[in-house]
Design a protein around this ligand. Structure first.
Ligand code: NAI
Ligand code: 15L
Length: 265
C-alpha cells in the first residue's frame, strides 16, 4: 500500500533520520522539511528547509501532499518562549495549511509528557485527562486539542502518537517502561497512515514492554501491534541503577526527570 505524497517535518532530527529511508520505501514522493540542514534529496524525495513559524513557507510545504508526519518542533522541556514558535504557532500553521491544501491526514508526534504527572504505579489510557509535566507537554496537549478541532470542524484526520522514549535502546530504568524501538516506531506511524478510518485518535507509541503504564485498548482500531520489548535490556539497566528513591519525583511520576526542569525565571 503506497503512502502517496507524504510530508515529513523534523526530518533532520533523531526520529526524522530514522523514518526517512523507511517512509521513502513506501511513498510516491517524500517531501522532507526542517529548520536545520538535511541531506540532499535522493530519488523520490524533495527537501524544503523551513521554520515552522514561517507561515508562508509552511503553506508551500503542504502543497500537493496527501498526508503529513509531523515530527518538527522543540522536543525537550524548555522555557515557554522557546517552545511557542515551533510547537504552538508552527502546529497552527501546519493545520491551517493542511486545511487550505486539502490534506486529509496527519500523524502528530505527541509525547508521553502530555500525561507525565500520572504516577509510575498507575496504568492510564489515552482517554484519561491530560496531566502535562511542563511547557513542552502543554505544547503537545495544545497540538492534540488543535488537531481534534480540525477533525471536528474540517474532517482532517489525525493520529496523535504519544511517543514514549524512542532511542536505539532504553537508556535507564524508566525507559524499560517507556521505550519505543525504531521498528515499532515505524509500525505505529505506518499503521496511523494506513488505517482506513483514523478519525481523531490518540495512542501511546510504546513497545510491548513488561512494565506497562499505558493501555492502548481505546486505539486498537489503528491496528498497531508492537513487536519489540525492553525486556532484553532489563538486567543491564537495573544493574546500572541498583537503588532508586521512591520519594524522588523523577521516580514517582511517569515524566521522569522532566519534573525536575524549571522554573526558568
Ligand atoms: P529532535 O529534536 O531530534 O527533532 C526535532 C526536529 O525539529 C529537529 O531536527 C529540529 O531542527 C526541528 N525543529 C525544531 N524547531 C523547529 C522550527 N521552529 N521549525 C522547523 N523545524 C524545527 O526530536 P526527535 O527525538 O526526533 O523527536 C521527533 C518528534 O517526536 C518531536 O516532535 C518530539 O517532541 C516527539 N517525541 C520524541 C520522543 C523521542 O523519544 N524521541 C518522545 C516523545 C515525543
Ligand atoms: C520526549 O518527549 C522527548 O522528545 C524525548 O527526548 C525523551 O525525553 C522522551 O520524551 C522521554 O520521555 O523519554
Amino acid at each position: 500500500l503506497s503512502l502517496g505524497r507524504l510530508l515529513l517535518t523534523g526530518a533532520a532530527g533523531g526520529l526524522g533520520k530514522v523514518l526517512r529511508p523507511r517512509l521513502r520505501a513506501r511513498t510516491t514522493l517524500l517531501r522532507l522539511s526542517d529548520v536545520a540542514a538535511m541531506d540532499p534529496a535522493g530519488p523520490g524525495e524533495e527537501v524544503q528547509q523551513a521554520a515552522l513559524e514561517d507561515r508562508a513557507a509552511v503553506h508551500r510545504l503542504l502543497e500537493g501532499m496527501d498526508a503529513v508526519v509531523h515530527l518538527g518542533g522543540i522536543s525537550t522541556e524548555q522555557p515557554f518562549d522557546a517552545i511557542v514558535p515551533a510547537n504552538i504557532v508552527g502546529t497552527y500553521n501546519l493545520y491551517e495549511a493542511a486545511r487550505k491544501h486539502g490534506v486529509r491526514r496527519v500523524v502528530f508526534a505527541s509525547s508521553n509528557h502530555v500525561t507525565g504527572y500520572y504516577r509510575q504505579d498507575e496504568v492510564i489510557s489515552p482517554d484519561m485527562p491530560m496531566r502535562p509535566d511542563g511547557y513542552y507537554g502543554i505544547s503537545k496537549a495544545f497540538g492534540e486539542s488543535l488537531s481534534r478541532f480540525y477533525y471536528d470542524r474540517y474532517g482532517i484526520e489525525t493520529v496523535c502518537v504519544r511517543i514514549g522514549s524512542s532511542f536505539p535502546e532504553p537508556r535507564d530504568r524508566r525507559m524499560l517502561a517507556t521505550w519505543l524501538s525504531y521498528d515499532d516506531l515505524e509500525r505505529v506511524v505506518v499503521a496511523s497512515l494506513t488505517t482506513p478510518k483514523a478519525g481523531h485518535s490518540v495512542i501511546y507509541g510504546v513497545s510491548d514492554n513488561t512494565p506497562g503504564w499505558w493501555d492502548n485498548t481505546s486505539a486498537r482500531h489503528i491496528g498497531y501491534r508492537p513487536q519489540d520489548s525492553s525486556e532484553p535490556f532489563r538486567a543491564s539497566r537495573e544493574a546500572a541503577q541498583p537503588q532508586v528513591d521512591p520519594e524522588d519525583p523523577a521516580v514517582m511520576y511517569q515524566a521522569g526527570g522532566f519534573v525536575r526542569m524549571g522554573p526558568f525565571e
